[in-house]
Design a binder for this molecule. Structure first.
Ligand code: KG4
Ligand code: ZN
Length: 356
């Protein structure tokens, strides 16, 4: 028989946040300690892998101890240890995975390996009402832009992905070329609040192939593509700054360009999400990943999905659960715990390119 209360200690270290959380029954976050390395990486305009691994090593044990004390619990009450196995930076993943393996062995706890992206999705399961299946989720982060269909828990079918940059990466690169700092998403979205989103005409790349003539001579429309491309948009922003270098010195022009860029990203994400919803008619739609923190995206996507079918429930995590954190890993891990999907501590190793 399954225990009534299951407490999972989750560890996340795939990129530049060292995090540990205690999550009860895949719903209740008892603690979620996040040690951000942003200040260490800021001056380089992005994450430096070597610096990230070192910081994880220094932080991981204090962060785990704090997660236990904040949750007012101890090792005796922990039922399993969960950890992100990938995707992410190899050096960063190694710290979390090896810490989890060692603790699982020493404390004699089952070990659960998770995909970072399923963590982002399950951040949506912390709130009520819970998402319903089948569902569609768009995962928008610094490393990924995926549209995924889930017919049930832990079942993932990839419907669309980016062929070049991820949405968050586009925010980060555009912020860098405008000289605004790192990470780009929060900075650009703040600036965009004061800008005119129609000031610059920027491309919304659509990867739908052109119509074809079939063997009877009829023009046949191709199926709409659910894939993404953001590199042309980023180049278009760069071209605007080349055409008018004053942009780099004017807060007003930077705000206009930021707002126009943000609206282009939102339009692309909303367009493909709407296509997926029309094609697959899900019961719920989930917005997941770091870019889900973006206010305009949250509002415009919800409006569009509800317009297609007002019965589809729209979900987005609390702000703190959008960007990288261990609570989301604990939320997903509960579903694997229920299926006794455990991993042997002796053989678990990170996979920087892990697929969903
Ligand atoms: O999920 P996440 O924390 O890390 C990855 O798994 O990649 O996502 C980080 C990304 C960064 O690219 C950051 O610029 C973006 O999320 N981001 C945002 C916002 N907050 C974070 N993008 C747009 N608007 C935001 N408010
Ligand atoms: Zn992430």
């Amino acid at each position: 028989m399954m225990k009534k209360t299951v407490k999972i200690l989750a560890i996340e270290s795939s990129c530049d946040e060292t995090s540990a959380a205690i999550v009860e029954n895949g719903k209740k976050v008892l603690s979620n300690v996040i040690s951000s390395q942003i200040d260490l990486h800021k001056k380089y305009g992005g994450v430096v892998p070597e610096i990230a691994s070192r910081a994880h090593i220094e932080n991981i044990i204090p962060v785990i101890e704090e997660s236990l004390s904040k949750a007012k619990t101890d090792w005796g009450n922990i039922d399993a240890i969960a950890v992100t196995k990938g995707p992410g930076l190899m050096g960063s993943l190694l710290v979390g995975v090896n810490t989890a393996r060692t603790l699982a062995h020493l404390k004699k706890k089952p070990l659960i390996a998770l995909n970072h992206l399923e963590g982002h999705i399950y951040a949506n399961f912390e709130k009520t009402p819970q998402p319903r299946f089948p569902l569609i989720t768009i995962i928008v982060s610094g490393g990924h832009t995926n549209i995924v269909y889930m017919k049930d828990h832990l079942s993932y079918k990839l419907l669309g992905t980016t062929i070049d940059d991820a949405a968050g990466e586009a925010f980060d690169k555009v912020a860098k070329l405008l000289g605004l700092g790192y990470p780009g998403g929060p900075i650009i979205s703040k600036l965009a609040e004061k800008g005119d989103s129609e000031a610059y005409a920027l491309p919304r790349t659509d990867l739908t192939p052109p119509p074809k003539i079939d063997n009877r001579g009829y023009l046949r429309k191709s199926n709409h593509s659910l894939d993404f491309s953001f590199s042309g948009l980023k180049t278009a922003v760069l071209m605007e700054t080349k055409k008018n270098p004053k942009i780099l010195k004017s807060k007003k022009l930077q705000a206009d360009l930021s707002a126009s860029f943000q609206q282009a990203v939102v339009d692309i994400l909303v367009r493909n999400s709407a296509r997926a919803v029309i094609m697959y008619n899900p019961k719920s739609f989930l917005l997941s990943g770091g870019v889900a923190a973006n206010k305009e995206l949250r509002a415009q996507l919800k409006k569009r999905i509800k317009k297609i079918n007002s019965n589809i429930t729209f979900h987005v995590p609390a702000h703190i659960l959008c960007t990288d954190n261990a609570a989301m890993i604990g939320l997903a891990a509960y579903r694997r715990y229920q299926k006794k999907d455990f991993t042997d501590w002796e053989i678990l190793s990170p996979n920087p390119n892990l697929k969903l």
